[in-house]
Design a protein around this ligand. Structure first.
Ligand code: URA
Length: 295
């Protein structure tokens, strides 16, 4: 059985320098589409001593924002280098330059954090410790990656997009109700969803821990590809209570036969197959940070 000493997902972890994913790792089978590490791991975008690099490349590599967003900030006169407002795009800088955005000094080192998108299969725990020795999401990642923690959780029987990171600050924000981060689920039900229940699901359902926030719910066309018809719906929630989707449908007497999270915040799984993972791109990381910015 695997045990991990520190299981607190919200605790910012000491930056462990991750090793780029090894395509030969025994746990990264051919079946999976495992992408190689992206720029947020190394120092490729960091100006080394006197080496010159473009401002937007350095800031994107440090996980501050996407290149496009940096260009916009330059247009808006929000960036200063050594006390002078930057007025031209593509400005070259070195590690000795002092960069400020909106008056705040920016750390130019590459982002030491790791951000992973995993397609969690069913019957894998999203917690990282289990008394019964069941498989957990860390078992799907190479050991050399270092410790990453799930952002929120998915039930044992739920599959889909799970974000893992050692960025405790971002984890806290993404899971805080104040930011209302949207999460979309595909749900297979045991029977057709009736109109009245659909409208109540959208407005709010009285659960034992309070009324749910308004949700987007769409009924998918009945699928008859198997011998019996399949009833599917799609739901987007802006909160993340325990077993919320299941409880909302169970409230009306529906049985949830399958549940999969297809998107989280600005991320979606696209063609990441079950059990596969990939690192987020600098742009995706910047988008998540943008979503949880206070202003
Ligand atoms: N809602 C649930 O009921 N289960 C999950 O795993 C996620 C959302």
């Amino acid at each position: 059985m695997k045990t991990h000493k520190d299981t607190n997902p919200a605790r910012p972890q000491k930056a462990s320098v991750p090793t780029p994913d090894s395509p030969t790792d025994s746990r990264t089978s051919n079946r999976r589409r495992v992408n190689k590490g992206t720029a947020n791991t190394g120092t490729a975008n960091t100006p080394q001593t006197d080496e010159m690099s473009r401002l937007q490349k350095v800031l994107a590599g440090a996980g501050v924002a996407s290149r496009r967003q940096i260009e916009k900030m330059v247009e808006q006169g929000r960036i200063k280098i050594n006390g002078q407002v930057v007025t031209e795009q593509g400005r070259l800088i070195t590690s000795r330059d002092r960069v400020e955005i909106d008056g705040k000094k920016v750390e130019l080192r590459a982002n030491p954090h790791i951000y992973i998108m995993l397609h969690k299969p069913i019957r894998v725990l999203s917690t990282v410790k289990d008394e019964h020795g069941r498989k957990n999401v860390r078992d799907l990642l190479p050991k050399e990656m270092g410790r990453v923690y799930p952002v929120g959780r998915l039930d044992y029987e739920t599959s889909g997009l799970l974000l893992l990171t050692n960025d405790g600050d971002l984890t806290l924000k993404l899971t805080h109700p104040r930011y209302g981060v949207p999460k979309t689920y595909r749900i297979r039900l045991n029977k057709a969803l009736n109109k009245e229940d659909l409208l109540t699901l959208r407005r709010g359902v009285p659960l034992e821990d309070g009324m749910t926030r308004p949700a987007k719910v769409v009924v998918s066309p009945v699928s008859n590809t198997t011998s019996s018809p399949e009833h599917w719906a799609e739901m987007t929630l802006s909160e993340g209570r325990n077993r919320q989707v299941r409880r909302m449908f169970e409230h009306f007497g529906y049985e949830v036969l399958a549940l999969e999270r297809t998107s989280y915040a600005s991320l979606n799984m696209q063609n990441l197959v079950s059990g596969a993972y990939r690192r987020l791109t600098p742009r995706e990381i910047a988008e998540l940070k943008q979503l949880t910015m206070d202003n």
